[in-house]
Design a protein around this ligand. Structure first.
Ligand code: ATP
Length: 269
């Protein structure tokens, strides 16, 4: 139970289409991870094309790295194992060797599998000199040894996908093992529009509301910030209805809610 989630591909319920924008990132993930998992025969000839064992997603918080990892597992038809670097090093550091062995043997059994390591910097961060906890160092070394030890047959079907907001904290030895590094950037206005359209697709919005102007006005917002804005706006009509009920107004069992007005929720970043 140092693993935060294990999900079979059909049960994740998130596809690339649910990830707004980030088209280049999706294309790269398709070439690097989906094709090798779905069509291994294309990557087993010659020496040039080899599936990569590790990919790093890096970029600001809330830009969709975890969401992409889940969608990737769906698209690749792979199982999804998720671990969080800081949990592993804080709660479980006593048993580095046993845990890493268990993780990798579990992964081999579940292959094809994406092993998503969130906050990979806490697990595999730069060596902290004298101040570093001995157990953290041991955990990292064990992890890297197990990773290197993946048999080539397995390496095609087990992908370690790390995510971090702090790529500069990563150890050189780790960077080498994550040869493909993909930047997941904050969305620009066009991409914010794409993301907002996903969140608002099924919402009842005021007819004269201009979603493009909301996209333009939310400079600096991540996908996660945009989602929070939409949730706050969607909650307002519910709150209004509850307030009316408190004042004694009776509603039917399925009361209509006022359409969403999102403009009130924009705060400059
Ligand atoms: P952190 O670095 O803080 O772990 P993250 O990059 O992993 O963040 P997510 O956890 O994937 O970000 O994003 C949080 C939530 O924000 C997602 O569950 C999703 O609802 C929403 N979100 C973020 N980016 C996008 C996007 N491009 N398209 C759709 N939803 C998004």
């Amino acid at each position: 139970n140092f693993i935060s989630a294990v999900v079979p591909p059909g049960e994740i319920g998130i596809k690339f289409d649910d990830v707004g924008a980030l088209e280049d990132v999706k294309t790269m993930l398709h070439e690097l991870a989906i094709l090798p998992m779905k069509r291994p025969e294309l990557f087993s000839r010659g020496n040039l094309l080899r599936p990569c064992k590790g990919i790093l997603l890096f970029g600001p918080p809330g830009t969709g790295k975890t969401l992409l990892a889940k969608a990737l597992a769906t698209e690749a038809g792979a199982n999804f194992i998720s671990i969080t670097g800081s949990t592993l090093t804080s709660k479980w550091f006593g048993d580095a060797e046993k845990l890493t062995k268990a993780l990798f043997s579990f992964a081999s059994k579940l292959a094809p599998v994406i092993v998503f390591v969130d906050e990979v910097d806490s697990l595999l961060g730069a060596r902290g000199g004298g101040s570093e906890h001995e157990a953290t160092r041991r955990m990292r070394n064990e992890f890297m040894a197990a990773w290197d030890g993946l048999r080539s047959k397995d390496s095609q079907r087990i992908l370690i996908l790390g995510a971090t907001n702090r790529p500069f904290d990563l150890d050189d030895a780790v960077i080498r093992r994550l040869p493909r590094r993909i930047y997941v950037d904050l969305p620009d206005a066009d991409n914010r529009l794409k993301i907002l359209k996903i969140f608002l697709a099924k919402e009842n919005i005021e007819p004269d509301f201009d979603i493009r102007s909301l996209a333009n006005a939310t400079e600096g917002y991540s996908g996660s910030d945009l989602k929070n804005l939409c949730i706050a706006a969607a909650y307002r009509p519910v709150q209004e209805l509850l307030d009316e009920e408190k004042k004694g107004k009776k509603h039917d069992t399925a009361p209509g809610l006022r359409p969403l007005n999102l403009d009130d929720f924009i705060q400059s970043k």
